[in-house]
Design a protein around this ligand. Sequence first.
Ligand code: 17E
Ligand code: FE2
Length: 418
Amino acid sequence: MSHFDLLLRQCQLLQSSNVCELVDVAIHSGEIVEIAPHLDATAELELEIQARLVSPPFVESHIHLDSALTAGEPRWNQSGTLFEGIEIWRERKQNLSLEDVKQRAIETLKQQAMQGVLFVRSHADVSEASLTALKALLEVREAVKDWITLQVVAFPQDGIYGGAKNDALMEEAMKLGADVVGGIPHYELTREDGVRSVHRIFELAQKYDRLIDIHCDEIDDDQSRFLEVVAACAIRSEMGSRVTASHTTAFGSYNNAYALKLLGFLKRTQLNFIANPLINITLQGRTDTYPKRRGVTRVKELWQQGMNVSLGHDCVQDPWYSLGTGNMLDVASMAIHVCQMTGRDEMNACFDMVTWNGAKTLNLNEYGVEVGKPANLIVLDAIDRYDAIRRRATVQSVISQGKLLAQTEPPKTKWRGS
Ligand code: 17E
Ligand code: FE2
């Protein structure tokens, strides 16, 4: 009889083909080694899953760990706009230290991991001369690598051409080892600078062989049209699958004639999209009276066209959004509401947007609960994806690289009434 490190009995295993089957999962030396309806085996540790949902871990495809847990420092965002958030952060980032950023980032990553997130892409602001945020997150990437995988984006919050030194800082960030080239074309000083910044981002990505993730058109201005520039660069460079357009909230404000044409162009790329519904429903629409726009990109339409869309939290208690918990089921639930994805298949798709689609955005190549892959999985106190989102199901067990990383008891309430 085989003896394994870890044996999970009676898992309702969620696989990418959308089939769910009741199986035992055996883990040994950090890998998934067997999956079968019943394994005649023993293990160092056996967990009775009792037909609960077992899924690959959540993927947080978009967060800013450098600013996490700073809400209220030095002041709260009263207008609720992106731009006041950028100003507050500009003040706060004057006194960053490596220790300050590392401590907040690791605390946030632990919160995330305890809720089943094992893959994270974080932006690090590189428009501050000492590059403290980036250096700190690169150290964190190394410090946490045994339990969570972190990708770091060099993100020029104040624009690549917003200051004389910013472009050089971007290049320095590549040399220091950032995984991804970021950008913010809608916040460059002029439209021309915005276009030029997108070209520069592709140039850096090619020169240093990195992925791309651009904050793109995060504004309600229907004239903010940098997504078409990203699409053009993706078509010509054939880099689309390595490129992500984050936020793209202006897409929600474009007229349908333009949006339809753009969708056709986008379909010629393999671009990834990230929506951040929790924060953009609060940041956007601030200049509207009524009717008031929803500030989220066309998630449903992109998904219907077969494009890869993932969802991010973006913020955990920072100048842009003082709420945030790291729970990816909150993100999926908000997407269902804001994007009106209430059909059964649409709700299931929103679960996939915080798991498989995120993995695709991050270009992860060993994701999924399958024999031969690294043993990363979560056990949800739920029977299926819909149930998990509706009840924000507790992630009961988190298994990272073959080891039990965290366990949480679902809350239990006793009825004391008659
Ligand atoms: N910076 C930015 O430009 N946009 C955001 N949503 C956040 C930071 C959180
Ligand atoms: Fe962001």
